[in-house]
Design a protein around this ligand. Structure first.
Ligand SMILES: Nc1ncnc2c1ncn2[C@@H]1O[C@H](COP(=O)(O)OP(=O)(O)OP(=O)(O)O)[C@@H](O)[C@H]1O
Ligand SMILES: [Mg+2]
Length: 425
């Protein structure tokens, strides 16, 4: 294909890709890079490209050349792969995202050499036959499993170029992360229902027993009512945890703006957890010199300390020590100062393979032991989201048989002189 024709084809592809973006936006799946691209192109040349009726306006050579370079820059910045092929499905142009996805793509080579997807190749034929755009799917397994929605549209050429025959533009939209999110959502609903169903089944069983065989057995009735109360409390806790998790997630993008003193919060929680620690023969200590102000939400930070101390006492205490400490440290690499809230225990520790998964919802190393202790497996997931909202990070370190240390690191707060006093904890 002549250079000029290839140029105008690629310029038109930019417009069509942009048109595809708007087309998707109109269908409810907003694609901002594409929408921006479409606006840029529309503003650029008064160039209207819409699927199935792209109109090419002839421009003087210099305008066409500059428009081509803008179109090229535009497509280079679109994170989704865009491929232009002629009517024999031979590759005419590709953007860098397409090259990265399909390294075997070569100009002037058939698309099928690099993209072995019968549905896509059939789609190209159909688009050429009918002129109407269509969507199909393309999945790859190598190097990782990925899925794409391929939008295929015909691209009429200016008179004379490519013999007036239309080219075809393929726009690939990555569905991998959307699918992963969907799988996580399904897992989450399955886990949550399972966690609720277990105590519910036990409640129903006891109610039937109380209505039947245990009707006139006061000692059994008292015992069963005690178990039922525990199960009902477990369900209430699970619902509370799920609600707070979704509340925190909703606000995760809005960091807190008021200064609070982490020392007071830690002190309050260590005092509150004192009875549980004593009950288990654990010595619970707090080491914090002076106030440690951070920008934070008091109630959320209380939950962080509560969860970490409770875990350390429940899973790591057993007669040993649980030490809570606060320190100000400067990271040598970044030069940033952070407040480190550290909760350390001397318990059995956690095997390395579990550590990356501990903040997943419902993940427990030993499900039965966590359930026995009334755990829902949501504690560390809640902690992680709260720490994220505070623009901090969570570091979990553990040595089997020696103990676990969980650190929540928050950005230091440096009050300027105009700041008001720290909110009392
Ligand atoms: N300090 C620790 N030592 C050993 N294991 C721990 C420690 N902290 C957490 N774990 C493990 O991590 C799992 C997840 O903890 P998480 O706080 O998320 O849930 P949970 O404590 O089981 O339930 P909940 O926090 O809702 O009471 C726990 O079930 C436990 O197996
Ligand atoms: Mg917990």
């Amino acid at each position: 294909m002549a250079r000029g024709a290839r140029r105008s084809a690629w310029t038109a592809a930019a417009v069509t890709a942009a048109g595809l973006g708007v087309f998707s936006a109109g269908r409810g799946t907003l694609d901002w890079p594409m929408v921006a691209a479409s606006l840029a192109v529309a503003g650029l040349g008064g160039f209207v490209g819409s699927l199935g009726r792209s109109r090419i306006v002839r421009a003087p050579e210099s305008t066409a050349a500059s428009r081509h370079s803008v179109a090229e820059a535009l497509l280079a910045n679109i994170p989704d792969p865009v491929i232009l092929v002629d009517r024999r499905a031979v590759v005419i142009e590709v953007n860098p995202a397409a090259r990265a996805l399909l390294p075997a793509l070569k100009l002037r080579h058939p698309l099928s050499f690099a993209l072995r997807a019968p549905d896509v190749l059939d789609g190209i034929e159909e688009v050429l036959r009918t002129g109407a755009p269509l969507k199909t799917l393309y999945a790859t397994r190598v190097p990782t499993e990925r899925a794409f929605e391929v939008q295929i549209g015909a691209l009429p050429m200016p008179d004379g170029a490519a013999g007036g025959q239309p080219n075809v533009v393929l726009f690939l939209r990555d569905l991998t992360s959307a699918r992963r999110l969907e799988a996580m959502r399904v897992d989450f609903v399955a886990n949550a229902s399972h966690e609720l169903r277990t105590p519910l089944a036990s409640l129903l069983g006891f109610i039937e027993t109380l209505q039947g065989p245990a009707r006139n057995d006061p000692p059994a009735r008292d015992r069963f009512l005690g178990i039922m109360k525990t199960q009902a409390q477990r369900m209430a806790r699970l619902v509370d945890d799920l609600l707070s998790l979704s509340r925190i997630e909703l606000r995760e993008h809005v960091p807190p703006t008021r200064p609070v003193d982490l020392t007071r919060i830690a002190r309050q929680m260590v005092d509150t957890q004192g009875p549980l620690a004593r009950e288990r023969g654990v010595s619970l200590t707090l080491d914090a010199e002076g106030p440690f102000p951070i920008l934070g939400e008091r109630d959320e930070l209380l939950r962080v300390v509560e969860n970490l101390v409770e875990n350390a006492v429940k899973y790591g205490g057993s007669g040993g020590l649980v030490a809570v400490s606060l320190r100000r440290r400067t990271d040598e690499a970044t030069g940033r100062t952070g407040i480190h809230l550290n909760v350390r225990d001397e318990g059995p520790g956690i095997a390395a393979e579990h550590i990356p998964r501990l903040t997943e919802r419902f993940y427990r190393v030993d499900v039965a032991s966590s359930r026995d202790q009334g755990g829902t497996g949501l504690g560390l997931a809640i902690v992680k989201h709260i720490v994220n909202r505070h623009r901090g990070r969570l570091v979990i370190e553990s040595v089997p048989d020696q103990g676990t240390s969980v650190q929540a690191i928050f950005p230091d707060y440096e009050p300027d002189t105009s700041d008001l006093a720290i909110e009392p904890a």
